[in-house]
Design a protein around this ligand. Structure first.
Ligand SMILES: Nc1ncnc2c1ncn2[C@@H]1O[C@H](COP(=O)(O)OP(=O)(O)OP(=O)(O)O)[C@@H](O)[C@H]1O
Ligand SMILES: [Mg+2]
Length: 691
């Protein structure tokens, strides 16, 4: 931590003076202006299910609540705008509105950048948003987290060394040097402190030097020195040509000195909208002068809280703010609006191109000159780079959490051992055949149940994914592909373990080729199961609901796969579910592997009576019985005549439609199908916008 970062009183005054005396036109500044922002939500008492498509909760009683009420203002390049207010006053909501995170239908009013309405695509590319919550991969270190962010956000043209340098300087600026090698941590693992985590969250979103930077309470939970350092970093970003807008709780006077513009909110209305030094004039004009030595922002918030408790509320202050602004405009000969007109705001495209040519918005490529037509690519890197970086990050994180893998492997091993011992060396008698069917169907179902345990991991990651894709860190498709690729080694290990434990112990048929086919089928089932789990977690982003639904659906897959009731005996209205049962296809593949040997016989002669009351008769009597049955049928049946072949068993099970390899391909295809559905749920279900 470099103490020299902290400016002296003198330095701060210089900063203030610089800002105050900035009446001479600044060249090509960005100007974000917002007029009359109004945002109402319908409040209902009922809560619905947290499905992504659940747009509004149906309720008989809905009230409208105004979260923002006619807020106007301007934020300029090179400046920090701070939004202040008590908890619940609407700070986060205003930041969301400005950051284009509220749907256009609900938000009234206009927001323009250099006079042009920002479209959603461009705003994603040029802005960054630091959330109030920290969502990070728990098992990566601070340095790794920032480095991965640099790899997503900075284009390929920036060398690895430059990226590393940038990360290092950011670590220094954010005062994270001592924590650089510490893992982030979570509830289960001790990691960096809360304040450090906050700063990492800020770091990953400012690494590419966005033009518009929105931060929701970047300083909460930090000690005053760290908070000051963070705002100082933000000031540096602003001065490098960005607009910084942040919500903040109780800024210290040092931080207040860094802020250029202050909006104080109360119940969604702006009660003050000017520079911090003018606070004292404002309140003395209002008849409540700020006592010397008191922090002006604290005083303002206390007074507003007090007024909120009075019958007339903050109405007087609200009216006073309006008239005060009008009169100060007259005094200044037109005030801010005229001043901003004096500024030469370039058309937006030119301003962005110029900004990029100055090295801003590193994700934009930064190679073109100011004259280039605006070509800010939506993503910093090509698809394959994103897949590589994402895969590396997923692997690093999961490698550091071996317990998760160990638990899955453990359950598969235990299940395998239980099955192997239960069904130890099955014979080919009619009872053995029944047990084989049971063993195979249960093994397949186990695979799917095991895969459902991936749901919580997927859901936990989903929020990180949403945060990152909201501002185009990478493509959604890259994530889906990286997630799938990095899963395969894990699935391979699980499939191999289960196959090795059960195949030989149970005595399944086919020798080494049989084993290989068995393994491939089990692997395909793991792939389909894992894709299914991903889909469920994309569809239902609530761990409990997703888990319960996943387990229930896998149970139905098992019920209707054809083992308990063969296809031709199923009620017609369940046939569709039989065909979508993921258990059906691997089950049928393995059964065919098991029973397709033409030399194998499963019921010979007297074994016909095995599972009937006649089975208890003495052997000679049974031989006589089969002989006389043969006599009736006109066939010679002895005790060694084969009465049921593998083919017959498959027919009884209704396995007549697909060959064994086709069953495997169908299973693999289901896996791809669910991955595509997973992608679609992410595409449509994580809009990241408030309604
Ligand atoms: N969807 C919603 N339905 C009803 N009320 C909402 C909804 N979203 C936000 N609010 C309310 O809007 C108000 C403003 O919320 P917001 O999150 O902007 O507050 P804040 O100033 O950021 O508070 P804090 O400092 O605690 O983060 C709060 O009273 C909140 O309860
Ligand atoms: Mg908030």
């Amino acid at each position: 931590m470099e103490i020299e970062e902290l400016p002296s009183e003198e330095h701060r005054q210089i900063l203030d003076v610089q800002i105050e005396s900035s009446s001479s036109p600044i060249l090509d500044p960005f100007l974000l202006s917002f007029q009359n922002l109004t945002y109402d939500v319908k409040v209902s008492t009922k809560t619905g299910f947290p499905f992504p498509w659940n747009k509004s909760n149906v309720s008989s009683e809905t009230n409208t609540k105004s979260l923002l009420r006619g807020i106007s203002g301007e934020a300029r390049e090179g400046q920090i705008m701070a939004i202040l207010g008590a908890s619940g006053s609407g700070k986060s909501t205003l930041i969301d509105a400005l950051a284009n995170r509220i749907s256009k239908q609900s938000l009234k009013g206009t927001i323009t950048l250099n006079g042009e309405v920002l479209d959603s695509g461009l705003s994603k590319v040029i802005s960054a948003y630091v959330m109030q919550d920290d969502l990070l991969f728990p098992m990566l270190t601070v340095e790794e987290t920032l480095m991965f962010s640099a790899e997503f956000r900075l284009p390929r043209s920036v060398s690895k060394r430059k990226k590393r340098e940038r990360v290092r300087s950011l670590i220094d600026q954010l005062g994270l040097r001592n924590a650089a090698k510490t893992v982030i941590g979570d509830e289960g693992h001790r990691g960096v402190s809360g304040g450090e985590r906050r700063r990492v969250s800020i770091g990953i979103d400012i690494i590419h030097d966005p033009i518009l930077l929105f931060l929701d309470e970047p300083t909460s939970g930090l000690d005053s020195t760290s908070a000051f350092m963070v705002v100082k970093v933000l000031q540096r970003i602003a001065q490098s040509g960005s607009i910084v807008i942040m919500a903040i709780h109780q800024p210290s006077s040092r931080i207040l000195g860094l802020i250029d513009r202050l909006i104080i909110l109360s119940h969604g209305r702006a009660l003050y909208n000017d520079s911090p030094p003018n606070l004292s004039h404002f309140f003395s004009d209002f008849g409540h002068p700020i006592p010397i030595n008191e922090n002006p922002s604290e005083f303002a918030l206390d007074l507003i809280r007090e007024l909120e408790g009075t019958p007339s509320g903050t109405q007087n202050l609200f009216e006073f703010n309006k008239s005060w602004k009008a009169s100060s405009m007259d005094d200044n000969g037109g005030g801010d609006d005229i001043a901003s007109m004096k500024r030469t705001t370039l058309p937006l495209k030119d301003a962005i191109a110029k900004s990029i040519s100055r090295g801003k918005l590193v994700s934009g490529g930064g190679t073109g000159g100011a004259n280039q037509s605006l070509s800010v690519p939506p993503f910093a890197n090509p698809f394959y780079i994103e897949v590589m970086v994402l895969s590396k990050r997923l692997l690093t994180n999961s490698r550091r959490m071996p317990a998760k893998f160990a638990v899955r492997l453990g359950t598969i091993t235990v299940t395998g051992i239980v099955l192997a011992t239960m069904f130890w060396q099955l014979d080919d008698s009619p009872a053995g055949v029944q047990e084989r069917l049971g063993c195979i169907s249960i093994s397949i179902a186990t695979i799917f149940f095991n895969c459902i345990t991936e749901v919580p991991t997927f859901i936990q990651e989903r929020y990180i994914f949403m945060r990152e894709t909201a501002y185009n860190a990478y493509r959604r498709s890259s994530y889906v592909l990286a997630r799938s690729i990095t899963h395969i080694p894990l699935l391979f290990n699980l499939a191999l373990t289960l196959s090795l434990i059960t195949f030989w112990a149970v005595g399944l048929a086919g020798g080494v080729p049989g084993f290989l086919f068995f393994f491939v089928t089990i692997l395909a089932a793991f792939w389909a199961g894992s894709s299914f789990a991903a889909f469920i977690s994309g569809l239902i982003p609530d761990v409990f609901l997703a888990f319960v639904s996943g387990i229930a659906i896998v149970s139905y897959f098992l019920f209707l796969c054809g083992f308990l009731v063969a296809r031709d005996r199923l009620p017609k209205y369940w046939l569709w579910f039989h065909y979508i049962s993921l258990v059906k296809y691997p089950y049928e593949a393995i059964l065919q592997n098991e029973f397709l040997d033409p030399t194998e016989c499963y019921v010979t002669g007297v074994q016909l009576f095995d599972q009937t009351a006649l089975g208890a008769l003495p052997a000679p009597v049974k031989s006589e019985l089969v002989a006389s049955m043969g006599h009736v049928l006109g066939r010679n049946i002895t005790s060694s005549t084969c009465l049921t072949t593998g083919k017959d068993i498959l027919k009884q099970q209704g396995i007549t439609e697909l060959s064994k390899w086709n069953c495997v391909w169908v299973t693999v295809a289901w896996g791809f199908f669910f991955r595509i559905l997973f992608y679609l749920t992410l595409l449509f279900g994580s809009k990241n916008k408030r309604k």
